[in-house]
Write a protein that binds this ligand. Structure first.
Ligand code: IPE
Ligand code: IPE
Ligand code: MG
Length: 238
């Protein structure tokens, strides 16, 4: 493999259908999804990926049946094991509207974020109660406040200002986005950040997504020519 993407974002979809196909409860699919998270996190860390951003729970997922929301919240609480981060030297960062998350979950993940901040390897970003439109609305509110306070003028606002006010301001844009589970949509994930991201969709349900599938996606990424609006001739010129 020639190029390892510095930032991989994943929409981990298909847990429910994975469970249904086996006659199991949807929550079993989420539990099996955690096993895939462990395998893919370790694989990314070993491959030298710098940022792995996992869509774990969207703003819209709050509209699911209360029992599924509760099962997901308790799974988040029990599955983020410290060893996964410490053994792989991985730092945890959380993005999303944590004010909506139960206090016990919030305290636990913020504590883990704090304790793993000493690690120097890959950063694993959990998008929890996250949506791009929530994030952008938030950024616009904060920029407007700075303008109202006279810290910024409207003419000062540029693309960098917006990037800096997003919750992802500590990392580069994703190079590769993977969506498992067969749907071909972004479901309100990293809309600003994915302007030039390579988008990879596969049928595999998230609990069945293994290291070999990740490698396949990275190989596909290696065959993309990232032109950023230029011509092929321009970008291949040394
Ligand atoms: C993704 O799997 C996990 C979350 C959205 C939390 P789904 O639960 O969406 O699984 P499907 O799409 O119903 O199969
Ligand atoms: C996107 O999956 C959110 C996560 C994977 C956390 P969904 O299953 O919620 O997306 P839609 O509703 O099919 O677009
Ligand atoms: Mg889904």
């Amino acid at each position: 493999m020639q190029k390892i993407p510095a930032h991989i974002a994943i929409i981990m979809d298909g847990n429910g259908r994975w469970a249904k196909a086996r006659g199991l409860d949807r929550s079993m699919g989420h539990q099996q999804g955690v096993v895939a998270v462990r395998e893919i996190t370790t694989a990314c860390s070993n491959l030298g990926v710098k940022f792995l951003t996992l869509y774990t729970f969207s703003t819209e997922n709050w509209n699911r049946p209360a029992n599924e929301v509760a099962a997901l919240m308790s799974l988040i609480l029990t599955s983020l094991e410290e060893e996964l981060f410490m053994n792989n030297n991985v730092r945890l960062r959380i993005i999303g509207d944590l004010s909506r998350v139960p206090e016990v979950v919030r305290e636990s993940i913020l504590g883990l974020q704090q304790r793993t901040s000493v690690n120097t390897g890959m950063t694993m970003v959990i998008a929890l109660s996250y949506s791009s439109r929530w994030e952008m609305t938030n950024a616009v509110q904060r920029i407007a406040t700075e303008v109202a306070e006279g810290k910024l003028t409207p003419a000062d606002i540029n693309e960098q200002t917006i990037t800096d006010h997003l919750s992802t301001n500590f990392m580069p844009d994703p190079d590769l986005l993977i969506r498992t589970g067969g749907e071909v949509r972004l479901s309100n994930y990293l809309l600003w950040q994915c302007a030039y991201t390579e988008l990879y969709f596969c049928q595999t349900f998230w609990p069945d997504f293994h290291k070999a599938d990740l490698v396949k996606a990275i190989e596909w990424f290696n065959h993309r020519e990232r032109r950023y609006g230029k011509t092929s001739e321009q970008v291949t010129k040394a």
